[in-house]
Design a protein around this ligand. Structure first.
Ligand code: NAG
Ligand code: NAG
Ligand code: NAG
Ligand code: NAG
Length: 419
């Protein structure tokens, strides 16, 4: 199972002549305060819950705008990039970004938000020998643009964001530089993050996540067979369907919401939650997605033997222009001529013109070669009715880091063949 995500925030200068003189305004009391508010630090669990709220809110917008389509995104990638951007924002622009990310600024001061993210990214980037997660941030900045030292330092200290001077007056070369960088960081999976760059672009912030996990109990490729996946009640597509027998794994049948929830663990500190709504119940489940629902599912999961589990093998890709979606979450001003990104350059002549987010998700048997050697623990020998879970219709998938409970990414698979 492999996930690749890249996000780019493109920033363009506007108002070429008139308002472009720097005015040095730094907003009201929104500076990162280094050592205050120690009692209200966001710990990673609080951050996980806030980020889950953001993930579900964004999910609903994406699913609404793309009905019956596959959805894949990384809430962590998007929120980390926007949090870095917020280091450069002031006034309303700043508040909208942080509130759009579901932070309550009365409860969580700005400095704590950044510390929380910084800590989280640091934890996630600890090398583990089992799950491979690499996450990083790079800012490509027009080489003539004067970036405030404070912004650079904070981005670097809190988010390990690197800065690369780029000649955006040569859009072809700049585009190649950025795309090559992303391609390299995502091991070749995301080839063209940016498709067009116009001469107005001054800055681009790129966040990428590369996740590669091996199932704790892999599927055996010898059992994979061609089968039907239901797009709706009538239409089907043929997919390679993986099969696993007698799998003991956390499971919960949610009768209230008419769905089954199965957790499949990766080796190491990551896990995937699969949610399979009953036929015709996807919309109902989607509408109920909120942090409390997720908590209920996680708390209700119990280890149980699934006699047969079927899961399509697939690779799907999505490509979003989030500048059209984020305003629905209240993040508006940063895309407008009112944008106040004065903590980046000292002037108010920057705005964000595009937010591109690409994600690729591969789910496969992965680790088949180890299948024979894998020991399966049958810790709980309950005698239950034979249970068969068949992911042969639209389902949801959420991948977590199990240490922090942060959702690394979220997907809806409506057509494993892509749509
Ligand atoms: C902050 O935003 C408000 C409303 O958009 C505006 O009236 C005010 O001038 C801004 N303050 C600064 C310091 O830019
Ligand atoms: C935490 O804040 C309290 C007051 O809010 C202060 O007395 C204390 O010294 C601070 N502790 C640290 C470690 O900064
Ligand atoms: C933010 O937190 C404060 C204090 O806990 C609370 O009164 C307020 O309603 C919260 N705002 C939102 C938008 O939830
Ligand atoms: C899982 O996380 C714990 C705590 O951070 C760490 O000690 C352990 O090495 C990790 N396990 C793997 C397999 O990466």
């Amino acid at each position: 199972m492999v996930l690749f995500v890249a996000l780019g925030l493109l920033m363009a200068g506007f108002c070429p002549a008139v308002i472009c003189e720097p005015d040095g305004t730094l907003g009201r009391n929104t500076e990162v305060q280094e050592d205050q508010n120690n009692g209200t630090r966001v710990d990673s669990l609080a951050l996980a819950s806030i980020n889950t709220d953001f993930a579900f809110t964004l999910y609903k917008e994406l699913a609404l705008k793309n009905p019956n389509k596959n959805v894949i995104f990384s809430p962590l990638s998007i929120s980390a990039a926007l949090a870095i951007l917020s280091l450069g924002a002031s006034n309303n622009t700043l508040e909208e970004i942080l509130e759009g990310l579901k932070f309550n600024l009365t409860e969580t001061p700005e400095a704590d938000i950044h510390r929380g993210f910084g800590h989280l990214l640091h934890m996630l980037s600890q090398p583990g020998d089992q799950v491979q997660i690499s996450i990083g941030n790079m800012m490509f900045v027009e080489k003539h643009l004067q970036i405030l030292a404070e912004f650079k330092e904070k981005a670097r200290a809190l988010y390990q964001a690197e800065i690369s001077g780029t000649d955006f007056q040569q859009p072809h070369e700049a585009k190649k530089l950025i795309n090559d960088y992303v391609k390299k960081q995502t091991q070749g999976k995301i080839k063209e993050l940016v498709s067009d760059l116009d001469g107005k672009t001054l800055m681009m912030l790129v966040n990428y996540i590369y996740f590669k996990g091996k199932w704790k109990r892999p599927f055996d490729a010898r059992f994979t067979f061609e089968s039907h996946f239901y797009l709706d009640q009538k239409r089907t597509v043929k997919v390679p369907m993986m099969k696993i027998k007698d799998l003991t794994t956390p499971y919960f049948r949610d009768e209230d919401l008419s769905c089954s929830v199965v957790e499949l663990k990766y080796r190491g500190n990551a896990s995937a939650l699969f949610i399979l709504p009953d036929e015709g119940k996807m919309q109902q489940v989607e509408a109920s997605l909120q942090p409390e629902t997720l908590k209920k599912w996680k708390d209700s999961l119990r280890s149980r033997k699934i006699n047969q589990l079927y899961m399509p093998k697939f690779s799907i890709t999505t490509d979003y222009s989030l500048e059209k979606i984020l305003p629905q979450l209240g993040i508006r001003e940063v895309f407008s001529t009112q944008a106040d990104l004065s903590r980046i350059t000292g002037a108010k002549d920057l705005r964000v013109s595009q937010v591109v987010h690409k994600a690729v998700l591969d789910v496969a048997e992965t680790g088949t070669e180890a299948a024979a050697a894998t020991k399966v623990g049958y810790g709980i020998a309950l005698i239950l009715n034979p249970l068969r879970v068949n992911f042969n219709r639209a389902f949801l998938m959420i991948i977590f880091d199990t240490n922090t409970q942060i959702p690394l990414f979220m997907a809806k698979v409506t057509n494993p063949r892509g749509n």
